[in-house]
Design a protein around this ligand. Structure first.
Ligand code: ZN
Length: 289
């Protein structure tokens, strides 16, 4: 597996101008003509602002408008570096780490981390197929009781073996909240494994999932033939390692952002080289596209 090395990264995005060029290319690169004067597209970068100008009519374009970079005074090269950090770690990037590496305040570092997580979240994904495992996990402060306790946040997850994961913070896990998500994210022909939790009892009847196997954890069983939830359990333990290990405590308000970050890294685990591009490519497109 090839990696996007720090040297490659530095070569490409050494300066703010290089970063701005990248953003401009992503958002305006496909334009054949100037939207203002319709002349063949030809723009120059203005050096004093994050701005490009049409060489024909002098109309100005701000490629960071409407993106997380719009109002920031932090250099774009610092932002790009933080995004790069997110693609190279296994257990996430803490605000402390960003603070230390960039020499910015903790508050600024915290905000940058969450802006990057927002950029990572909400990426489209194909429906899960083949062998799919589903499960819920409970996350909360370390010292509360384990299991399905009220103090904790509940997360529902679906994972394709050897494939992608989709995990979502829930208000509660009931048929009303969970089944629509399964219908949205899991192919009906998938071979689904769950534990014996009552929630999953009518996957066949309500969602038409014909192939549903149950592994009885209550009987200390963890695999029977192809029925197992070990993949999703592995995902949960990795998620908890990131939440407890890297971030000490994560409030419910931000939990989904951390989950999205972890899922993104999981889904791109064989594609470290492409991760940076995938995040940058997720900048919102211009409205008229
Ligand atoms: Zn023009």
């Amino acid at each position: 597996m090839s990696k996007f090395t720090i040297n490659e990264f530095r070569k490409k995005y050494a300066t703010d101008a290089a970063c701005l060029d990248k953003i401009f290319t992503l958002r305006y690169g496909k334009l054949q003509a100037c939207p203002e004067c319709a002349s063949p597209a030809s723009f120059r970068r203005i050096t004093t602002r994050r701005c490009y100008q049409c060489k024909h009519c002098y109309a100005q374009f701000y490629p960071t408008a409407g993106t997380v970079f719009e109002k920031t005074r932090t250099p774009l090269s610092d932002w790009f570096y933080v995004i790069y950090l997110f693609t190279t770690t296994r257990n996430g990037v803490s605000a402390k780490e960003i603070e230390r590496q960039l020499g910015v305040t903790y508050k600024c570092a915290f905000r940058m981390g969450h802006c990057v997580r927002k950029l990572i979240g909400g990426m489209d994904m194909e429906k899960l197929k083949g062998f799919v495992e589903m499960d819920e996990a409970y996350y909360g402060p370390k010292n509360t009781d384990s299991g399905r306790s009220l103090k904790k946040s509940v997360v529902f997850g679906m994972v394709e073996r050897q494939g992608n994961v989709k995990a979502l913070k829930m208000e509660n896990v009931t048929k009303e909240t969970v089944y629509p998500l399964i219908a949205q994210h899991v192919n009906k022909d998938a071979k689904v494994s769950t534990d014996e939790f009552g929630l999953y009892i009518s996957l066949r009847k309500d969602l038409g999932i014909e192939n549903h196997g149950v592994i009885r954890h209550g009987l200390n069983k963890y695999r029977e033939g192809s029925i197992s939830t070990n993949t999703i359990e592995g995902y949960w333990s990795h998620l908890k390692r990131m939440l407890h290990g890297t971030h000490i405590h994560v409030s419910g308000k931000y939990l989904q952002n951390y989950i999205d970050e972890n899922s993104f890294r999981y889904n791109n685990r064989k594609n470290q080289h492409g991760m940076f591009e995938a995040i940058i490519n997720h900048l919102p497109k211009r409205e008229n596209e």
